[in-house]
Design a protein around this ligand. Structure first.
Ligand SMILES: C[S@@+](CC[C@H](N)C(=O)[O-])C[C@H]1O[C@@H](n2cnc3c(N)ncnc32)[C@H](O)[C@@H]1O
Length: 626
């Protein structure tokens, strides 16, 4: 029984529905493309035609990638693990801003990116980009907030720009991500059929059609979903693009257990296990048809229509080198031995990845649950085996791996897992891949198991997953894996360290400036400033640093704290009153870069000429004052 509507019918919707029936191609995102309709009714459209992919808001999305931001990453050692020694990063914040901040420090340095963005299934996609801000109406209806009170949006199919908004969300992120890839770098992007067509077009534009490597089909489910309306969707796509096809080198995959088992050594050949192959080819070449005498003294010829694979002299050499196998009794048709030790190239990866090899959605959820005392805190993680395979194909042992939609941190888990396996296999140097995870502190639904267990947002789950997975991996083989890097530095996206006056000094009068104690926000620590400087100067964020007090005692002073980053890549001093002897001491150490606070000198009793001191003692040091 249907309810009465108590309203007249929506004539526009009915007209659109009728047009859609006649001309399905003219309806996009629920609207009529009038130009397309005119072509259907024989009218000529006088517009420049070009083969291109476009959507509502594309121009803004392109601009978004280049729009400057005043943000920073604030270090958070108390939430980190092994801060002093780890080279891994966990960054909390919206990935658009984070990718912008990483542009200097990681430009061309990332070997592999794996991302698993929201698939745009109606409720999984939230975003907070500038280009949406003008759309007040829509904001009011669908606005939601993250922990910091920033408005986020859900993209539901009722949104008239359903696909367009998703494309606008992806485009600038992919542009920025591409900048971070090294020339031989690769990106893998998981996606299902909702947006695969759009994603492929965007990637063709961002990475270049010629850099398309493959579309991997991953069998994510192993049994049919019998209540599916049309087809049971049992696969996902993983689009793979290289930064530059000419520089990209994919690795071979190590052989599976089953493949290794095909190799044996019935004659105890010192070269190790082998398998055998046919010694003849399917063509007739008179000179390659000759008798071979078996060890049992039988003469054999290639079968009719075939020739031996090698000329007579080569065959004799192979026989002399015990590379031809005549069977246990020495009486069989000859076969050529292929040694495992000589086929070290491994296997060419294929574009279909089956669940029994890389895992499926259910096994991924189960594995994650096991790590968290059998409770499901995160829906739909990817299997570790899936990302591990991407890493095997496209990363080197010391590569930087980035995932900027990191969710429960499966990518970090896969990086630690593969590094550990390399260590256990005794491979030179072990695995030293480093990860960078980026994740929005998206609040956990208050009714979820995660929230009940005290995880306020997805970052808290992601960080805990890395802690637990790392401990577990080491515990499996504690002797082999003692040196494995299972730590991570936590950094959080925040507003810039600088007061507005820093950016707009020209608009302030000298009087106003004098009234301000500092152009740095009062809640910022030395560490905040240090990491802000690293981003500004384009230094990686995972290098060692020390803090020491110099210039103490002799003068009765308490001393001045200085920070040395990576053995002199940068020395920073943010103290209030910096004396000349401190400046000289720093200069004597000849760091590559040095940074002071502007206010350190304005309040200094001796107005020090820092520039002169450095010119004299360390002419190659670059000096900045913030
Ligand atoms: C499909 S999940 C990734 C799952 C992940 N591959 C795993 O195995 O756990 C996508 C993640 O991206 C996050 N996300 C969505 N928009 C984001 C944004 N703008 N910045 C950072 N993370 C975002 C979501 O919170 C979600 O956790």
């Amino acid at each position: 029984m249907t309810k009465p509507k108590f309203e007249t019918s929506d004539g526009t919707a009915e007209n659109i529905a009728k047009l859609a029936e006649l001309f399905p191609g003219v309806i996009t995102e629920g609207k009529v493309n009038v130009d397309a309709l005119r072509t259907y009714v024989g009218e000529e459209i006088f517009k420049d035609e070009a083969y291109e992919f476009t959507w509502v808001g594309k121009r803004e999305a392109v601009r978004e990638a280049g729009r400057p931001i005043r943000k920073t990453l604030r270090p958070c050692p108390e939430e980190s693990k092994n801060w002093d020694t780890t080279e891994n990063l966990y960054i909390e914040g919206g990935n658009l801003d984070v990718l912008k901040l990483l542009q200097e420090s990681y430009l061309g340095k990332v070997k592999m990116i794996y991302i698993d963005p929201p698939y745009n299934t109606g409720n999984d996609f939230i975003y907070r980009d500038n280009f949406t801000q003008s759309r007040e109406d829509y904001e009011d209806e669908s606005g939601m907030y993250n922990e910091e009170g920033d408005r986020l949006f859900k993209n539901t199919e009722t949104n008239g720009r359903f696909h367009s908004d998703w494309c606008s969300m992806m485009y600038p992120r992919l542009v920025l991500a591409r900048n971070l890839l090294s020339n031989d770098g690769v990106i893998f992007i998981s996606i299902d059929d909702n947006e695969v067509a759009q994603l492929r077009k965007i990637c063709d534009e961002v990475f270049g059609e010629s850099n398309f490597v493959t579309n991997v089909i991953w069998q994510k489910k192993f049994s049919p979903q019998n209540d599916a309306k049309y087809f049971s969707q049992n696969h996902d796509n993983i689009l793979c693009y290289a930064k530059s096809m000419t520089d990209f080198q994919r690795h071979f995959l190590p052989p599976t257990e089953e493949q290794i088992n095909r190799y044996q050594n019935p004659d105890n050949d010192p070269r190790g296990v082998w398998t055998s192959g046919d010694c003849s080819v399917g063509r007739v070449t008179a000179k390659d048809i000759y008798p071979i005498t078996t060890p049992s003294a039988r003469k054999v010829y290639p079968s009719s229509g075939r020739s031996w694979s090698f000329p007579k002299e080569n065959m004799e050499k192979l026989i002399a080198d015990n590379r031809i196998w005549f069977g246990e009794n020495g009486d069989n048709v000859p076969r050529v031995k292929r040694f495992f030790s000589e086929t070290n190239q491994g296997l060419v990866p294929i574009s279909i990845w089956y669940h029994d090899e890389v895992g499926h959605t259910q096994s991924a959820s189960q594995d994650l649950k096991k790590l968290f005392d059998d409770v499901a805190y995160f829906d739909y993680p990817k299997p570790v085996g899936l990302i591990r395979k991407c890493l095997q194909i496209a990363s080197n042992k010391d590569s930087i791996i980035l995932d900027f939609f990191s969710g429960s941190s499966t990518t970090a888990h896969a990086v630690m897992q593969l590094n550990a396996e390399d260590m256990s296999a005794g491979q030179a140097g072990g695995g030293k891949r480093k990860f960078i995870m980026v994740q929005l502190p998206e609040a956990c639904d208050e009714k979820s198991e995660a929230a009940k267990a005290g995880y306020r947002n997805i970052c808290e789950i992601g960080k805990e997953r890395i802690r637990r997975a790392g401990e577990k991996i080491v515990a499996e083989k504690p002797l082999d894996r003692a040196g494995l890097d299972i730590g991570f530095r936590v950094l959080k996206l925040d507003d810039t360290n600088m007061e507005d006056v820093y950016y707009a000094a020209g608009e302030y009068t000298q009087e106003m400036l004098k009234g301000m104690a500092s152009n740095i926000k009062s809640d910022r620590s030395d560490m905040d400033l240090l990491f802000g400087c690293l981003l500004d100067w384009g230094l990686p964020l995972s290098l060692p640093h020390t803090q020491e007090v110099i210039d103490a005692c002799q003068t009765g002073r308490h001393g001045t704290t200085i920070h040395t980053y990576n053995d002199g890549d940068l020395i920073a001093c943010f103290a209030d009153n910096v004396s000349e002897s401190v400046v000289k001491e720093i200069a004597k150490r000849q760091p590559l870069r040095v940074v002071f606070r502007d206010s350190s000198f304005t309040s200094s009793p001796e107005k020090i000429n820092v520039e002169e001191i450095f010119k004299h003692l360390a002419p190659n040091t670059k000096v900045r004052v913030i």
